[in-house]
Design a protein around this ligand. Structure first.
Ligand code: ZN
Length: 472
């Protein structure tokens, strides 16, 4: 890695407090919409750095924004800081060793995601000041990426409407531009209500909500044959009606997660699932209520921004991992299967090599075979041209949402990958601000690809599911 650009040196100068912030957030893993302490840490950091801070965005207490600079284009850098349930682990230990307590852990590396984005925004703020450039940089602290779709609620509230370009990243094992491919999705809770009764003495008086959930799932499983190839439907029982088999279950609740290639396809699929729920209620003499918990759009790519980011990566080179980093990463790789490691290279379209940490930048044109999930960055990408980086923070093959990902989140190589990706993001922003024609081209491409129209997948009456269990 070389450091020829002043913006990259500014990132290095500002790195230490961001590393400490990441480690502190790692140590206080909080779930979606409950990230009170983590959000407070981010707010304090912004205030210390002199950003103008707005809190409680879109009515979400753990969402905040910090702005610096005056006039000119607005560059948004997005961060996250929510953790996952059941993924606590001791730091740096290459074996499953949960920490006694609530069981939460940063198994998706969002401690790094938030701090790395803050670092990029802070360096950019310093660069604007030093160069006397008319522009504004904003850090958006976005909670509840894991199942909460906070960015969708924030986009619906118009919080990105005056932004020119949005930049973000996600922890990974590789350094590169994130492929703009994700599925639109929605989470809907179906609650069935029947009538309790003695299951042996008076079964004819009972109406089973549990039967209704089971029949709904049978119906949806038959539906699968007749939906578009890219669509996915998953479900989880939130309430199976209790533990007594001799009581007809009067209430049962199932959460459906429905995914489709885009919002149009999602809006065509969701009514079919709702109809099946109604059918199951009809068959069992129960009632059903549906509540939309969250919904996100698919990602909209932007080739102008992707090329600009790749150019930064190519100039910067891979993160500066050393022999000690590789020694520790090898211990984590030893806990993974050969298939996990091989498929990680395959997904990036890269030839297999023996280093447990990446030694190269993924080329933009590599033939990737991504496994696609969903992200609420999708909603931002329909409002404003958006690009995301991959930061190399984990041993190759590490699955996200695993104890291995949690355990690596405070290691020196995770910090190096975070600082590296902050340079990529800040450098991309600098290139855009130096060459305003790139921003104009990115916006023209965005208008053409989006049709200038963001259709929020959230129903108008949906509110952020604050205080609800969103275990994903
Ligand atoms: Zn994540």
């Amino acid at each position: 890695m070389q450091n020829s650009e002043p913006i990259w040196r500014l990132v290095d100068e500002k790195a230490q407090p961001a590393i400490e912030l990441s480690d502190r957030v790692w140590g206080m893993p909080e779930l979606a919409y409950a990230e009170t302490r983590s959000a407070a840490e981010h707010t304090q950091y912004l205030e210390r750095e002199g950003f103008r801070v707005t809190q409680n965005l879109a009515g979400i207490p753990t969402a905040m924004m910090g702005e610096a600079g005056e006039g000119g284009p607005v560059i948004a850098i997005l961060g996250e800081f929510d953790a996952l349930p059941g993924l606590s682990n001791e730091a740096g230990v290459a074996e499953p060793r949960p920490i006694p307590g609530d069981g939460n852990g940063h198994g998706c590396g969002h401690n790094l995601l938030g701090a790395g984005s803050l670092l990029a925004a802070t360096a950019l703020k310093e660069w604007l000041k030093a160069e006397g450039i008319q522009a504004r940089v904003r850090y958006y602290g976005c909670p509840a990426e894991e199942g909460g779709a906070a960015k969708g609620f924030m986009a619906r509230a118009g919080l990105f409407d005056d932004v020119d370009v949005a930049i973000s990243w996600h922890p990974s094992a590789f350094a590169g531009v994130n492929e703009p491919l994700s599925l639109a999705n929605t989470r809907i809770d179906f609650t069935f209500t029947g009538r309790a009764s003695h299951a042996a003495a008076s079964p004819h008086l009972g109406r089973s909500a549990l039967d209704a959930v089971e029949l709904m799932s049978v119906g949806v499983n038959y539906l699968r044959e007749h939906i578009p190839q890219e669509s996915r439907i998953h479900y989880a029982y939130l309430d199976a009606g209790g533990v007594a088999p001799n009581v007809v279950q009067a209430r049962a609740k199932v959460r459906y997660l429905i995914r489709a290639a885009d919002v149009t396809a999602l809006n065509a699929l969701v009514p079919r699932v709702r109809d099946i729920a109604q059918g199951a209620a009809l068959m069992t003499g129960t009632r059903v209520e549906a509540r939309v918990i969250s919904a996100v759009s698919n990602l909209l790519g932007n080739s102008v921004l992707e090329r600009t980011m790749q150019d930064n990566l190519d100039r910067l080179g891979p993160p500066p991992f050393d022999a000690e980093d590789r020694r520790i990463a090898a211990r984590f790789q030893a806990t993974l299967s050969e298939e996990e490691i091989a498929s990680a290279f395959r997904k990036m379209g890269l030839p297999r090599d023996d280093s447990p940490l990446t030694q190269r930048v993924v080329p933009l044109e590599s033939r990737r075979a991504p496994m696609i999930g969903s992200t609420d960055v999708g909603d931002v990408s329909w409002v404003v041209p958006t690009v995301q980086a991959r930061g190399a923070t984990h041993a190759i093959g590490t699955p996200l949402h695993s104890w291995q990902a949690t355990a690596q989140g405070k290691l020196p190589y995770a910090h190096k990958g975070m600082v590296h990706v902050a340079k990529v993001m800040a450098g991309t922003a600098v290139d855009l601000l130096r060459r305003p024609e790139l921003i104009a081209a990115a916006k023209a491409e965005h208008r053409e690809r989006s049709g200038g129209r963001y259709v929020c997948p959230l129903p108008e009456d949906a509110t952020p599911p604050i205080g609800m269990s969103l275990a994903v």
